[in-house]
Design a protein around this ligand. Structure first.
Ligand code: SF4
Length: 314
């Protein structure tokens, strides 16, 4: 077995410890933006799975300033005795605003004395050269990470979920961000309607070839008020069972390059609007099952790639 600290994969915790040498937690923010996939620029319905809160259901209160949200977030995490925080711009599309506004909110976060880095969730089609130049300047003060919602590499699924951009747009954004040494984290969803194990592993193998630094593996949640919920109620697809999800995650870990940091292995849908799968509300149970299965099968991150290389050499 190969271990990063005590886990057989390159966890975010391990990365944070190695990078900052102290305990760092994430504070989720809502900077009051919207999304071109909702305001009519690209579409009006949003991505098919996205909640009314713009996938930022645990973020701060948009009526508060960024500093106030960070302070409240820190208060809420007090019991963990953290030494520093990642200011995570989570809700909606966090580069979708005039440059002057982006500069103001990012700067407010980065200048907070307890903030060690900022992480910005956005779409690859909302990254102008001017925005990337701004991020590059800020990246010299403290680390700036950009999180891109890719979900899948398969265009048919991308059309179904109404992602609203093509794969080449994602590739272009990654190239431009990396040319400025900005770390890229990619959001993927496991269990999308119509996708099987092979489709999901194709996304993982594709990402191994890209210059990305982190990945989020997220279980598909069906949330109240989404068009995905309508399809689910019509019986057009089924959600994953716990053991199916555990096996898929373990496969993804085995097939993921060991240089990519795993930021998330599941995900917690907001309980008040979660329709399915309800087993996902017990995040600890899901993580325990994944860890148990990894151990049981003797899997570590990239193991299947090591084997592939050996077979190729023979
Ligand atoms: S791009 Fe993000 S915020 Fe916009 S609809 Fe899709 S998931 Fe929601």
């Amino acid at each position: 077995m190969k271990y990063w600290d005590e886990k057989p994969y390159y966890s975010l915790n391990y990365y944070l410890k190695q990078t900052f040498h102290e305990k760092v937690y994430r504070v989720a923010l809502d900077a009051g933006m919207t999304c071109p996939n909702r305001d009519g620029t690209i579409g009006t319905g949003g991505c098919i799975f996205c909640s009314a809160g713009g996938s930022g259901d645990f973020a701060g209160d948009r009526k508060e300033s960024i500093t106030q949200q960070i302070e409240h977030g820190i208060q809420g995490l007090k019991k963990f005795h953290a030494d520093g925080y990642i200011a995570y711009f989570q809700a909606y599309t966090n580069t979708y605003a005039p440059l002057s506004y982006l500069k103001q909110v990012y700067t407010e976060a980065i200048e907070h004395p307890q903030v060690k880095a900022i992480s910005i969730a956005t779409r690859p089609d909302c990254l102008s050269d001017e925005t990337i130049a701004l991020l590059a300047t800020l990246n010299k003060k403290k680390p700036v990470w950009v999180e891109l919602g890719l979900q899948t590499i398969h265009e048919e699924t991308a059309r179904y979920i109404r992602r609203g951009y093509l794969l080449e747009c994602f590739e272009n954004a990654v190239t431009r961000l990396r040319s400025k040494k900005i770390e890229v984290i990619v959001h993927t969803i496991l269990g999308l309607p119509g996708e099987n194990r092979e489709d999901i592993l194709e996304t993982i193998h594709y990402l191994n070839r890209m210059d990305i630094q982190g990945i989020k593996l997220q279980l598909l949640h069906v949330l109240e008020g989404t068009d995905l919920a309508k399809d689910y109620r019509l019986g057009n697809f089924q959600v994953l069972e716990l053991e199916e999800y555990v096996d898929l995650v373990v496969d993804c870990i085995a097939n993921l390059s060991e240089n990519i940091v795993i930021h998330r292995l599941t995900g917690d849908g907001p309980k008040d609007i979660l329709i399915a799968p309800l087993w996902s509300t017990s995040k600890m149970q899901v993580l325990n099952r994944i860890h148990h299965r990894l151990k049981e099968l003797g899997i570590w991150q990239g193991k299947a790639l090591d084997r592939r290389l050996c077979e190729e050499k023979v």
